[in-house]
Structures are given as C-alpha cells and as structure tokens.
Design a protein around this ligand. Structure first.
Ligand SMILES: [Zn+2]
Length: 285
C-alpha cells in the first residue's frame, strides 16, 4: 500500500491511497479531502485499515462532523462504515447514491477492480446532501453541483470564496478511454462533457481556481477545464466526421488510436478506446 498526505492549506488536507501492484507501473491513487471538519470521500475497501488510522488521528485533533460522498464507485466508498459505525459521523451523498450505499455490501464488480481496490464494501445509511454545507467554524461553505456522466450519482463540491473545486472523477486530465456497456460503470461522454461545462460555467471569474481531481492532483485555473472541453469537442468532431463517411466504430478506433491500448486489453475492453469511440459515435450534438 502507498499512502500520502498533502497539505494544500492549513485547513485543507488531502489523504491519498493506492494499492501496490507489480503489473501496474504507476499506482492509481484515490483521494479523500479534509476541509476543516468536512471529509470528502472515504478511499477504497482495500485501504480501510490505513483509512481507519487516518480518521483516528484526525478525531483527536479536529473531529470530523460530516462525511461527504462524491459518487458510489468502490474507490470512494471503501471506508463509509468506518465513519458511520465507528465514529457515528453522518454521511451525505446525492439522492441517487442513497440506495446503492444502502445495498453496497451486495455490490459486485469485475475481478481486476476487486484485486486492485478490494471487494469488501459495507452497506450504510446516508442522507441526501443539502445544496450548501458549512464547516463548523463557518469559515468554509461547499456548494453542491450535480455532475453525472462518469457516474450517474456523482456530485462536485465547490468552495466559492477560496475558489476550490473538488470534482472527484468528473474532470479527468485526459479523455482517451471510457468505461462502457459491458461493465457496471457506464460512462457517457456527452453527459461527461455537459457536467464539465457546468463546472466551467459555475467557476467563471474564479481567477485563482484550483481543481482537485481525485488521485490525480491539483490543476490550476479554468484553463484546465477548458482544455478538457476542447479535447472532447475535438474527438467528437473527428468521430462524427468519420461516421458521416460511413466508418464503423471499430474502423474509427483504428483511424484515431491505431489499436486498442493496454488498458483496454487488461480490462477486457471495459475501460477502452472503443467505448470512448462508441460513446462519441452515438452522441448526436
Ligand atoms: Zn469513479
């Protein structure tokens, strides 16, 4: 296991966790953010011991008052029961995530994800997140923005006066592969694009914007968001152009990416170029 803590500000700490897997050259991290007494996300099931230690330490210093869940993928809800049961910290999620959290112990996913993130999820009760959430000092206030596409129940949290956007997996640094129809994560690139645009519009005028992307780092300024919009628009234009010429999705994949990448092969096509091409192909703007 690899854990690391990054102090972004005296009241903002990022706790990251990754599994160590010799097949994967660069570890995939997942992040939790602690803003004053508000905790965003809970890591992966395989990291729950490390998460427990992190929370225990925190409870001595500045007890957490609320656990906020961005979305119900396994790398974000692995420690929900630790907050809810061991420390009686209330959890909040989008209304769409409540039922899945309640039945999380029955949630199954493919072996490669179980091996990397762990499989032991616990069912928990959460509350629907209010539109605004304040920390106990009143110093910070998070605005909730619905960002479906990567997950139908995903939300982002934005601290407007600090200009901090906690977007989880809603604005990834690159769009080259997508989860698709063959698995339980069904990403939709059109919806992803609309959610990114929503965050872009929401953060207009924030000159010191920092975008916190789970496990990937902090990105400065609206330019980061704009570059993602441009990237997706460019790919969409390309795919639609080939579609008009009568190319199939498989043929378009060859034109743009030459062949399926290592990620597509390792995940049996679940996280693949082809899913991205298919989603762009079906998106009639
Ligand atoms: Zn996710």
């Amino acid at each position: 296991m690899v854990t690391r803590e990054v102090i972004h500000h005296q009241d903002l700490l990022e706790w990251c966790w990754a599994a160590e897997d010799e097949l994967i050259p660069k570890p995939f991290f997942t992040s939790c953010y602690l803003l004053d007494d508000l905790l965003i996300d809970t890591g992966a099931p395989k990291g729950q011991m490390e998460f427990l230690n992190f929370i225990k330490n925190q409870q001595v210093k500045n007890p957490i008052s609320k656990g906020l869940i961005t979305h119900t993928h396994e790398d974000h809800i692995g420690g929900t029961h630790i907050l809810a049961e061991e420390f009686q910290i209330p959890l909040y999620s989008s209304p769409q995530a409540l039922l899945l959290l309640k039945n999380a112990s029955n949630y199954t996913y493919p072996e490669y994800r179980e091996l990397y993130w762990g499989a032991e999820l616990h069912s928990v009760e959460a509350l629907p997140v209010p539109k605004l959430i304040s920390s106990h000092t009143g110093k910070y206030e998070l605005t909730v923005v619905s960002t479906p596409g990567h997950a139908p129940d995903q939300i982002a949290f934005i601290e407007c006066s600090e200009e901090w956007a906690f977007v989880a997996d809603a604005i990834l640094p690159k769009y080259q592969v997508l989860f698709g129809h063959t698995c339980n994560i069904q990403e939709d690139i059109a919806q992803i694009y609309r959610s990114i645009r929503k965050i872009y519009d929401f953060t207009e005028g924030m000159d010191n914007l920092k975008v916190f992307v789970s496990g990937k780092g902090v990105f400065q300024g609206q330019g980061y968001i704009k570059a993602r919009l441009d990237e997706i628009e460019g790919l969409h234009k390309q795919v639609q152009g080939y579609k008009q010429k009568g190319f199939t999705a498989e043929k378009i994949l060859e034109e743009i990416f030459v062949e399926e990448g290592i990620m597509g092969i390792m995940t049996n096509g679940e996280l693949s170029h082809l899913n991205l091409v298919n989603s762009l192909y079906q998106w009639n703007a």
